[in-house]
Design a protein around this ligand. Structure first.
Ligand SMILES: [Zn+2]
Ligand SMILES: [Zn+2]
Length: 385
């Protein structure tokens, strides 16, 4: 009890609390990923999803306003969960932790404390409460794109950069990432996909392999995904440096402002192959794409997880494929993802769902991949003619 009183005193400064919420907005993707919240719709002012606090199957019940009306706030349109936990971002996090950690369902159930929510946001944003500073507004106004570039390459003296090209990125990054070479990916494929490593301490992508995501014609980078170079910690289940104390360090992190639900990984290379063959292969993550590529199969795109969002489906549809080969990971999440994709796409596409006997494509040999996948690709091609 004493500790709790002490901590809530520590977290009293309202200006700092408000700034913490603004800081955390930059990490909103990390937060949504952490609580497994699937974004259904998003623009700069509004994010819609199912309510992560009361659960429920209305996929747009929860409105989160990352830049709205002076403070970051949220609203649960079916159960008004914000009335119980608080309308600001700290209330949102309290609700999310209450549900995910304590299985909160009703008033009276165990719930997360205010201090717990603040601790979470400090961890996410990587700062101490005493160090929170009100930021200069001009920085906030800098485009999200510049913010991304600055986080990656930091203290650049050249001033804001209006676009980041492949050349610029490659000049500033160690390619290929040793971590993926050690996992058996070829030099050629990692080099082709510009998979690098961030060794700059203090940067958002420190201790991660960097996977750039290009726009459709590969003229600029729209975001980065960073994969921790560490294994999973048995105690806390995160992927932090085993030499450090347990801390929030998810397996994947996307660069600030990158809206993963709007892009398909490898679209830039795969598009012509998809058009030629009439088939697209859907996988979960970049590593799957590289494995297929190594096996000589060039028409795969990754959806960055287990949900094919509407914008991603629009992109896919624009390729004009007639067949979809679905290769989600061989686990429960992959199974349910495949079921949803089939439901959303079976009117439009001929669907193939090969059964893989390993955890995912990444664990298969090139020969096994060719034996498993090529018959489907050929059949789809016949159908296309
Ligand atoms: Zn709710
Ligand atoms: Zn740990």
């Amino acid at each position: 009890m004493r500790q709790k009183t002490f901590r809530s005193n520590e977290y009293k400064d309202p200006a700092k609390l408000e700034q913490l919420c603004w800081d955390a907005v930059e990490f909103i993707d990390v937060i949504y990923d952490h609580f497994n919240i699937n974004i259904k719709y998003r623009n700069d002012q509004l994010i819609k999803s199912a309510c992560p606090v009361h659960g429920g199957d209305n996929s747009v019940a929860c409105n989160f306003y990352p830049s709205g009306d002076h403070v970051v706030h949220w609203k649960c349109r079916t159960h008004s969960c914000e009335d119980h936990f608080g309308k600001n971002m700290i209330g949102f996090i309290r609700g999310c932790i209450s549900r995910s950690k304590y299985e909160w369902e009703h008033k009276g159930d165990k719930e997360a404390t205010f201090a717990e929510a603040v601790d979470f946001l400090l961890e996410i944003t990587g700062q101490k409460f005493s160090d929170i500073k009100e930021k200069d507004n001009s920085i906030l106004e800098m485009s999200r794109f510049n913010t991304m570039v600055w986080t990656m390459f930091g203290d650049s003296e050249d001033g804001p950069i209006s676009s980041i090209t492949r050349e610029f990125y490659r000049e500033h990054t160690k390619i290929p990432a040793q971590y993926y070479l050690d996992r058996g990916y070829s030099y050629e494929v990692l080099n082709k996909y510009d998979v690098g490593f961030c060794d700059k301490e203090g940067k958002q992508m420190y201790n991660r392999c960097i996977v750039p995501i290009y726009n459709q014609d590969m003229t600029s980078i729209v975001g980065f995904s960073g994969r921790s170079i560490f294994g999973q910690c048995e105690k806390c289940k995160f992927y932090h440096d085993p030499e450090d104390r347990c801390k929030f360090f998810p397996k994947w992190r996307h660069s600030k402002g990158f809206q993963k639900e709007k892009w398909l990984y490898n679209y830039w290379y795969a598009k012509d192959h998809v058009k030629d063959s009439g088939a697209a292969i859907l996988v979960e993550s970049p590593g799957n794409v590289w494995r297929l590529e190594e096996a000589g199969i060039h028409n795969s795109v990754a959806i960055f997880g287990t949900a094919l969002n509407q914008s991603q489906k629009d992109l896919l549809d624009s390729l004009g494929a007639m067949s979809l080969i679905i290769l989600m990971d061989n686990d429960d999440a992959g199974e349910s993802a495949a079921a949803k994709i089939i439901h959303a796409c079976s009117n439009q596409y001929r669907i193939y769902k090969p059964t893989i006997n390993k955890n995912d494509i990444g664990d298969m040999t090139q020969e096994d991949i060719r034996n498993l996948i090529l018959p489907y690709v050929l059949e789809a091609k016949e159908y296309y003619k």
